[in-house]
Structure formats: structure tokens, C-alpha cells
Write a protein that binds this ligand. Structure first.
Ligand code: SF4
Ligand code: SF4
Length: 539
């Protein structure tokens, strides 16, 4: 479906609510705002329930006969299992503080994209089907019955929430719609209501280790291509190792860095950094063709699937006998690692609390997970004067920084990326307050929603972020939006190009790779994108 031009889409956003009670407003599934149904083969591969072909636009969603029983039973089970979820179902006072904080509400004007109302879609079922007051008083107590129409509405709006948690920052009770959406999607999965952009990557990841289903030899080939490209840029060819038993450190990154621009340039940056550290300090880091995916779309399916897909990181670390794990630039990968991995698949007692073999820094923040974010690792190297950096090679770049929802709100990871940027280039400009750090706006495509068919809602959801980018673009000529998340790199490239043409997107280690002076390198003419370096344009 072709999307409207930005000015037309913008003009049509209306925040005027429809007349009447929200329960009376029937939701209509609109092309451009929903994702295709999960492919039955993918569901079958990982044993997800009710694999079949179905179309969200059809009346018949081919649900199991006892679907209501399954969903309500699943809801009861989760109310018992997750205390936070139970509290979130009970305590909202409808103050409205979260209402205008969701990028999808800001960009679409659809009231059911207000976090308070998104939660109410499920909360009303909890009341109407489970609580005594709701069962007796029904609508007067905010309850409703779980009908097919209601189920379809929940499916539609729970796949229009990127689980970004921005709303939770503003809620006086800390109600986290992301957690409600996670549970809502689990319930939908119990009766086979998935989307293909999540189901296929889950199956691929389980089959070959990464979202695209790329096999080990092809994964290695891609890295080899990057090494060829690096040699062309600077005359030095990194020689990474794969699946090396007895290496010091295992490196795991999202496969988006290996297979999709502009993440590929970030990947080249990692390779250059590891080569530099090997030459200068003897760093022994290895890549895995088995744990070839840091991202975890199981997180967008169920807690069980998240655990299953995450398990390979520790398993591979154990198999190779490394000391600890280093992880690449990603968002939700880090939320899973930081908040769940050690209790879900650990404790990883066979690993050591990570210590940088170069600076001696002990990463206490990773004492439990045994896994360090590469941004923390690199910031520490810079702080200790271990990298030879030439900022002038990034002089054509005027950069701003997008805080990924997961690394910022999920990890409190604010200063390290900014510290790196300021050490690899001179022209850095912050986006306006209220749109950065813990209040950052989502890219609009997180939590498995970066599909093609839902482009309209993604562009709507991407508007608040793009608007802040436009501010620094207009005021300071910013031409690069840097970030530390693979989904951001993919999603923002499209939404920024749509709303603010002239701004590109990059990962932080692309900028590091440009600035890093490798021992023995030849004079560079271009950056990692094969664009002329500053001062080399005319030659
Ligand atoms: S801010 Fe919190 S309490 Fe207020 S309406 Fe939103 S979810 Fe409910
Ligand atoms: S978690 Fe993010 S996408 Fe979901 S309702 Fe809250 S602000 Fe909107």
C-alpha cells in the first residue's frame, strides 16, 4: 500500500476524540496499520499453537473452538504469576498523565493508542470476566465480555505498541504498558494470533541461530566481505576468528549488523576495533556462527520463547570456554540480557565477572550477567587513553544521538554513548529536552513491528522522534542520527528519510571505525561508506 506524502499524512492527524463511550466505538482494522498474520510453517517449527493460514481482514480468524476459555485461563494464570501485571490491572486511576506520551497516539490521534486506553482494552476483560464487581455490574464497573470483536481489537492495538515504556515514565504509579502488552501478546499467541514479522524471525533464530535464517558459512562470508571492504578503505585486513575454543571473550551482536545497511558499517567498526586491540594489546575475541544473533524476537512472543532463544548465548560461551561475553549495539537484546538472562538461563557461574584485559576495569554492572555492552567497553578504552583516534575524519558529520528505548529506560545507559561520540567527532548536538534519555521517543518500529505492510502506522509513530531530529537539522545542520540499536538503525533510516530528508542514520561504532587509526594503515581516502573523507572530495 502506497503511503501518503508526509505533508498530507501530517495534515490528516486529528486528536479530536470520537463521540460517545470508547466501548461503543467499533475498531476497524485498516491497511497500513496492521502486520500480516504469522506463517503457519513458522509457528509449527517452534511448536506455537494453532498454526493455520488466516487473514486479519477476514471475518473468520479460524480460532480454536474453546478460544475464550484458553484466553481467560491464560489471563488468570498470568495474574497469579506476575505480580506487576496484577497491580497494573488493578491500580490505574485514569489521571491521563500517560495519554499524550505515546508516539503512536501523537502520530495517529487514535484514542485507543493512548496508553491508558490500550491498557483498558485488556483491563476491561479482567474486570468483566474475572473480578466479582465486573461480573455483576459489567460495564458500570468498567468490565466487558471477551467477544470476537473485542479480541480483534486487542490484537490490532497490542501490535501497535512497541513496548517502549515511555508512558511508564510519566505514570505516577509506574504502570508499564510494555509489560501489559507483553502479557497481552502472550495471550494472543495461546490461540495462534501472531504476526509474521515476529513468527518467522523466531523460527529462523531457532533453526540457524539468527533472524534471517542465514547459515553459518554465509554468516562467515558476510564478515569476510566486510574485511575486504575495510582493506580497501585502509589497507589493513582484519582476521577475525570464529567459534574459537579457549578465546578470552565471545562477541555476540544483532544480525541486523551483519546483514542490513547501515548496520553493516557498524559491524565494520567492531571488526576494526577488535583488530586494533589485537595488534596493540593482544585482545582475544571470537565470533560465533551459532550464537549469531543478539536480538531476541522471542521476547515479543512469550517469556518462554524469549528464554529458549536466549539460551544459546550462555551455551556457546560454555562450549567455547570463554571468560565473559561482549555484546554489540542493540536495544531489546540488552533489555533481555540486563533484566532477564541471568535468572532465566543462569546463573552463569562458569564465566568470570568481566574485566577489560586492556584497562583492568572490572565491569561490576555485569557481575551477574557476565556480559558487557560494547559501548561501555569502548568508552572505558577511550577514558583510559587506549585508542588512537582521529576526529578529523568525521569532520563532515554533524551528529545527534537517539537514545534507544531499551538501553535508556531499561538500563539507564545515557552517558557512555555520548562520551564516545564526543571523542570521535567535534560536531555533536543534543535533541531538545523531553525527547532524550529516559524521555526518549521510540523509533516507531520496535518490538517486532518494523514490517513493510504497516508502514503508515510506523511513519505516524516515527513522527515525534523525527520532529526532534528536524529541530537539530534545521538549527544546526545535523546530517547524522547516531544510535546504538539495530532496529533503530533499520527503522529510523526509513522514517527520518520520510520526515527529514538529508539526515542519515549510523551506529556508534561506525564513527569509531572512521576515527580509529589502525597500526600500519595506509592513508585513507574514504570513510566506511566509501564517501570521500573531509578534504579528499576534489582529489
Ligand atoms: S498515568 Fe498511570 S494512572 Fe494515570 S491514566 Fe495513565 S496508566 Fe493510569
Ligand atoms: S509502551 Fe510505548 S508504544 Fe506502548 S503504549 Fe506505552 S508509549 Fe505507547
Amino acid at each position: 500500500m502506497a503511503i501518503e506524502k508526509p505533508d498530507v499524512l501530517f495534515k490528516n492527524i486529528s486528536h479530536r476524540p470520537p463521540q460517545g463511550d470508547w466501548m461503543d466505538v467499533q475498531s476497524k482494522i485498516k491497511p497500513g496499520r496492521y502486520c500480516y498474520a504469522g506463517d503457519p510453517e513458522a509457528l509449527e517449527y517452534v511448536g506455537l499453537p494453532n498454526p493455520r493460514k488466516w487473514n486479519p481482514l477476514d471475518d473468520d480468524w479460524k480460532l480454536p473452538e474453546n478460544w475464550q476459555e484458553i484466553v481467560i485461563g491464560g489471563l488468570k494464570e498470568r495474574l497469579d504469576r506476575f505480580r506487576s501485571f496484577k497491580i497494573f490491572m488493578d491500580v490505574c486511576v485514569r489521571c491521563g498523565a500517560c495519554a499524550d506520551k505515546c508516539h503512536f497516539f501523537i502520530g495517529s490521534g487514535d484514542p485507543k493508542n493512548m496508553p491508558v486506553l490500550r491498557a483498558e482494552l485488556l483491563r476491561s476483560i479482567y474486570r468483566g470476566e474475572i473480578t466479582k464487581a465486573g461480573k455483576i455490574l459489567g460495564r458500570f464497573a468498567g468490565g466487558r465480555k471477551l467477544t470476537e470483536e473485542v479480541l480483534k481489537e486487542i490484537w490490532y492495538y497490542y501490535y501497535q505498541c512497541t513496548e517502549c515504556r515511555r508512558c511508564s515514565v510519566f505514570c505516577p504509579y509506574g504502570i508499564d504498558q510494555a509489560e501489559i502488552t507483553i502479557i497481552g501478546r502472550e495471550l494472543l499467541n495461546l490461540i495462534g494470533l501472531n504476526i509474521d514479522w515476529i513468527a518467522k524471525p523466531v523460527a529462523n533464530c531457532y533453526r540457524t541461530g539468527n533472524h534471517l535464517g542465514i547459515q553459518p558459512h554465509a554468516f562467515k562470508d558476510m564478515i569476510d566481505f566486510f574485511c575486504d571492504d575495510i582493506e580497501e578503505v585502509c589497507g589493513i585486513r582484519p582476521e577475525p576468528t570464529f567459534n574459537k575454543v579457549g578465546a578470552d571473550i565471545l562477541f555476540v551482536t544483532p544480525s541486523g549488523d551483519v546483514f542490513a545497511d547501515p548496520g553493516t558499517y557498524t559491524c565494520m567498526g567492531y571488526l576494526m576495533l577488535f583488530h586494533y586491540l589485537k595488534e596493540e594489546y593482544g585482545l582475544d575475541v571470537t565470533w560465533s556462527t551459532y550464537a549469531s544473533e543478539g536480538g531476541n524476537f522471542g521476547f515479543f512472543t512469550s517469556h518462554e520463547m524469549m528464554k529458549r532463544l536466549n539460551a544459546k548465548m550462555y551455551m556457546e560461551a560454555k562450549r567455547l570456554g570463554v571468560k565473559w561475553i561482549l555484546g554489540g549495539e542493540c536495544g531489546h537484546m540488552w533489555r533481555v540480557i540486563h533484566q532477564y538472562m541471568d535468572t532465566m538461563n543462569g546463573p552463569a557461574d562458569f564465566l568470570e565477572t568481566p574485566v577489560s584485559p586492556i584497562t583492568g576495569t572490572k565491569f561490576q554492572s555485569a557481575a551477574s550477567t557476565k556480559m558487557v555492552h560494547i559501548v561501555e567497553f569502548t568508552a572505558d578504552l577511550i577514558k583510559n587513553g587506549k585508542l588512537n583516534l582521529d576526529k578529523s575524519r568525521n569532520a563532515n558529520i554533524k551528529a545527534t544521538f537517539h537514545d534507544s528505548c531499551n538501553t535508556s529506560r531499561g538500563m539507564g545507559f545515557f552517558e557512555e554513548p555520548r562520551y564516545i561520540i564526543k571523542n570521535v567527532l567535534d560536531n555533536f548536538y543534543e535533541m531538545p529536552e523531553g525527547t532524550t534519555k529516559e524521555q526518549t521517543f521510540c523509533c516507531g518500529g520496535g518490538s517486532g513491528l518494523n514490517a513493510g505492510e504497516n508502514e503508515e502506522i510506523r511513519m505516524m509513530g516515527g513522527l515525534p522522534r523525527a520532529n526532534a531530529v528536524k529541530f537539530v537539522h534545521d538549527r544546526h545542520d545535523v546530517n547524522m542520527l547516531s544510535c546504538i540499536c539495530a532496529i533503530d538503525r533499520a527503522t529510523l533510516t526509513q522514517s527520518v528519510n520520510y520526515w527529514v530528508p538529508g539526515v542519515e542514520v549510523c551506529g556508534l561504532h561506525e564513527l569509531v571505525g572512521n576515527a580509529l587509526v589502525l597500526p600500519g594503515e595506509s592513508e585513507r581516502e574514504t570513510d566506511l561508506r566509501a564517501e570521500p573523507l573531509p578534504g579528499k572530495e576534489e582529489e
